[in-house]
Design a protein around this ligand. Structure first.
Ligand code: ATP
Ligand code: MG
Length: 577
């Protein structure tokens, strides 16, 4: 089972301890300067939010700075669309790089100059082996590597070749620049790693100015040092790369030496997080785009109805640790419910409508009831809710033949309409062909105005409703987990996306009826549809007069219940709170 338990208390993790010690000893001049270094090859996801929260959070806490830096050294996969989306997402999460947005590509000239420096000092050489040959020569974990036949080229020879590489004299892949370190090192990353490769691809910023591009492992420490980063925080996979990070900076002149620190990446159950896989989901049209509300991307979560506060609270709760673990996606949902419960405006929406006619209520009469906007927040005030003779209620709130313990409307049964009146069902009208109930006939008790009676009579059920004449039509999208497997990546090793995704991850309901106040709802405003869950207006399709709402999260964790009871995977139907 994934870890749901939050690790160490916020503010007391190993990174903060280390920074406090560095500040106490005056290392890096007592400064704290971090960076968040995304590669613009996809949209940010919830894992990146952990890193953003950590890097910008540390800067804030320790009176330091945090840069946004695009690690754009691989022109083939990168795009300005991603740059723009990443900036928007970081801002939306509530973080600010001020005037410090940088690009590794801004340093291409300096990176090139430093590479010449390494060559001149005998620390790098041009190698003509192919990628496959380099792989073969590199050896294995148990076998040392073999030196390339070109390893002993003189600095002058390598320099001339490197300049020719830059000048476009060789085809792609003809040769590379490699660091000259140790072909027998137990750390494979030190067996003469590649620093530069030839690649004719237009770069989103430098265009066709370059046909050679630096490798990430070389560009990263140099970029950090150029920007005066003090603590370069990355995920655990880079632990084995740290000796090379340090090697680069130890062999270049006049550059400060940031410290690389690794922490455990966020893994979330029932989710895929690698940008490569997310891109595949988008390209194969398994989802509607990077902002599909079922994706763990920031854009998707935002569109779904997640708030920056909920995501930050989640990042705070999970903390940072040095040990890899998988966090239950239920924890993310829990953080969202906690936030939305405090802030969401309560409204009434009928998702699967059934007509109710109140026979003893005068035709043409309209009453306006006061409805509180949020019982958790008295300052949220009240709104006027119209009531009339014809209403919509939830189809599920009526049964002609009620099973035991069914406490809602059925023939002869009295229930409360929230904020309004007690009503009693007197009969039904059915479709003569299908036998389906198309209308429920009721009477109301005028003495129960506001939803209470003076004689203390109790009812077991309370239903939400909307006045038919005043209601607005809406589309409501109910989302469920995109993957039923706790670890979809593992399942994908032997299956296709189509086999692994939850076929019921999206249920789009049309003809829903919502109260008139929702005409003004904005995508930013969190809503609670009473008894149904938390929703927000869809920012893409719910524009103008068109009302489209996304379910952000159910009111309670129905999945936890289902998993506990050992039940199989349910369909995507609306969980009944
Ligand atoms: P992906 O696997 O999604 O492609 P990445 O590490 O290649 O991720 P980058 O754009 O290089 O993506 O990441 C930018 C920063 O975000 C890096 O510092 C990286 O360590 C951090 N990061 C990426 N994924 C996670 C995660 N799951 N948890 C925490 N930090 C992450
Ligand atoms: Mg990456």
């Amino acid at each position: 089972m994934p870890d749901a338990a939050p690790p160490a208390k916020p503010g007391t993790d190993f990174i903060r301890d280390l920074i406090r010690a560095d500040r106490a000893s005056g290392k890096h001049g007592g400064r704290v300067h971090t960076r968040f270094p995304p590669e613009p090859n996809g949209y940010l996801h919830i894992g990146h939010a952990k890193s953003i929260h950590l890097n910008f959070g540390l800067a804030r806490e320790f009176d330091g700075l945090c840069n946004l830096r695009f690690d754009d050294t691989n022109p083939a996969a990168e795009d300005v669309e991603y740059v723009d989306a990443i900036q928007a997402d970081v801002r939306w999460l509530g973080f600010d790089w001020q005037d410090r947005c940088y690009y590794a590509s801004d340093y291409f000239e300096r990176l090139y100059g430093y590479a010449e420096h390494l060559i001149e000092h005998g620390h790098a050489y041009v190698d003509d082996l192919t990628t496959e040959e380099i792989g073969k020569y590199r050896g294995t974990l148990t076998e040392p590597g073999r030196p390339s036949p070109h390893r002993d080229r003189t600095p002058a020879q390598s320099l001339e070749l490197f300049r020719a590489m830059r000048a476009g004299k060789f085809p792609d892949g003809a040769c590379v620049l490699r660091a000259k370190i140790d072909m027998a090192s137990p750390n494979m990353n030190l067996r003469d790693p590649v620093l530069y490769r030839i690649k004719r691809a237009s770069h989103h910023r430098t265009g066709d100015a370059w046909c050679i591009y630096p490798m990430y492992d070389y560009a990263h420490p140099v970029s950090d040092a150029i920007e005066g980063i003090t603590h370069s925080i990355c995920t655990l996979e880079f632990e084995d790369h740290r000796p090379f990070y340090d090697w680069v900076l130890d062999h270049l002149p006049d550059l400060p030496h940031p410290q690389q620190i690794e922490f455990a990446r966020l893994n979330l159950s029932h989710t895929l997080m690698s940008k490569r896989k997310l891109l595949e989901l988008v390209e194969q049209k398994i989802v509607s785009g990077w902002d599909d509300p079922r994706l763990p991307t920031i854009a998707g979560l935002r569109r779904r109805g997640y708030t920056p506060e909920a995501i930050r609270a989640f990042a705070e709760t999970i903390g940072v640790a040095k040990r890899d673990s998988t966090i239950s996606s239920a924890l993310l949902e829990y953080c969202l419910r906690e936030d939305l419960n405090r802030r969401a405006r309560r409204v009434m929406a009928v998702l699967r409508p059934l007509k109710v006619v109140i026979e003893n209520y005068p035709e043409g009469r309209v009453e306006w009831f006061d409805a509180e906007n949020n019982p958790e927040d008295p300052a949220a005030g009240t709104r006027k809710l119209p009531f009339s003779r014809e209403l919509w209620i939830e189809r599920d709130d009526f049964r002609e033949d009620p099973p035991k313990k069914y406490f809602r409307l059925s023939p002869g049964r009295e229930i409360r309409l929230k904020f309004a009146y007690y009503i009693t069902c007197t009969g039904v009208i059915k479709d003569p062909k299908s036998g389906e109930v198309t209308e429920v006939r009721c009477t109301y008790d005028p003495a129960s105005r506001g939803g209470t009676t003076t004689d203390g009579r109790k009812v077991l059920g309370t239903s939400h409703w909307v006045s038919a004449a005043h209601s607005l039509d809406a589309e409501v999208r109910l989302y469920d987990r995109l993957f039923l497997d706790e670890d979809p990546a593992a399942r994908l090793e032997s299956g296709t996306y189509a086999e692994v995704v939850n076929p019921a991850s999206l249920e789009a309901l049309t003809g829903c009826k919502v109260e008139p106040a929702l005409a003004e709802a904005t995508p930013e405003e969190p809503l609670q549809f009473l008894r149904q869950g938390y929703f927000c207006r869809d920012r893409v399709h719910g524009t103008g007069d068109r009302l489209v709402f996304n379910r952000a999260v159910t009111l309670r964790d129905t999945w936890a219940k289902i998993e506990k009871s050992g039940g199989g995977a349910p369909g995507g139907g609306t969980p009944r709170p």
